[in-house]
Ligand binder design. Structure first.
Ligand SMILES: Nc1ncnc2c1ncn2[C@@H]1O[C@H](COP(=O)(O)OP(=O)(O)OP(=O)(O)O)[C@@H](O)[C@H]1O
Ligand SMILES: [Mg+2]
Length: 249
């Protein structure tokens, strides 16, 4: 894959749930390596549907979705849902070894070593490995479910409002940790969110969805993602002004 080839190319994508109105209408989107693309839009505008199409849970009516996986491997997409998909009957360790159990493409001790690196990256105490998901806080569970997806070593991460159920401080630190991880591991992500601050602080680009299309794009410059900075406030205002028009229109 050349440096300029996007990791994900979506071309003229159309989808409907059987109604006459298209949920996704001639949608175009490219995502390059290292990008965090945030998608914002009114409730019901089709954000989750796009993620489900990219993940292959839904089939396009027409158009194409191409993932230029560098490694050519199958598990190049990781999906992190709003509510964590941890198995309640498995311990945290059992949940994190899911990729290993399904693929067996490494040895167990290597998988455990990777888990231990991720735990430290996400500020989780290794003692939680023996616990069950029900014994963890919401923030811990969400961290564990992010690590569970990362254990499949996906190149593209899809996140559907992953931090919306968390308290404000946990949300802020997880957002930071996630951005750092995308950078360090050279991953890419599409993040669906209702939270403009989250989009400005985490995204490299923010896109607004309406009428089944991505109608507006905002580049988030390197220093505009610092909360509290004038640049941050300016980008926030620009996005809000656009969203307000769309939502009320
Ligand atoms: N399984 C389904 N069958 C029929 N219609 C559906 C189905 N899933 C979603 N829809 C409809 O498709 C549209 C897009 O839904 P989607 O879940 O993608 O919205 P969203 O932008 O993710 O909304 P939210 O911000 O509330 O999560 C909505 O009008 C919804 O009612
Ligand atoms: Mg949704």
């Amino acid at each position: 894959m050349s440096a300029t080839t996007p990791l994900l190319t979506i071309d003229n994508l159309c989808f409907d749930f059987g109604q006459t109105e298209k949920t996704i209408d001639s949608l175009e989107l490219n995502v390059s390596k290292g990008e965090i693309v945030c998608i914002l839009g009114a409730s019901g505008c089709g954000k989750t549907t796009i993620l489900n199409l990219i993940a292959g849970f839904l089939q396009p009516k027409s158009g194409s979705i191409n993932l230029q996986s560098e490694s050519g491997k199958k598990n190049s997409i990781g999906y992190i849902f709003q509510s964590d998909p941890l198995f309640p009957w498995r311990t945290v360790e059992g949940n994190l070894l899911l990729a290993f159990d399904l693929n067996r493409n490494t040895d167990r001790s290597k998988a455990l070593e990777t888990i231990s690196q991720y735990l430290s990256m996400f500020h989780l105490n290794p003692q939680i490995l023996k616990k069950y998901p029900s014994q963890l806080s919401g923030g811990m569970r969400q961290r564990v479910s992010i690590i569970q997806s990362l254990m499949f070593d996906p190149e593209l991460l899809l996140l559907d409002e992953p931090f919306s159920a968390l308290d404000y401080y946990t949300k802020l630190s997880l957002e930071e940790e996630f951005c750092q991880l995308v950078k360090e591991k050279n991953k890419s992500a599409i993040l669906v969110t209702h939270d403009i601050e989250e989009a400005v602080s985490m995204g490299t680009r923010a896109l607004i969805m309406s009428g089944g299309k991505l109608v507006k794009e905002f580049q988030i410059r390197a220093n505009s993602n610092i909360r509290g900075s004038e640049e941050f406030a300016k980008t926030y205002r620009e996005i809000w002004s656009e969203l307000k028009t769309i939502i009320s229109g």
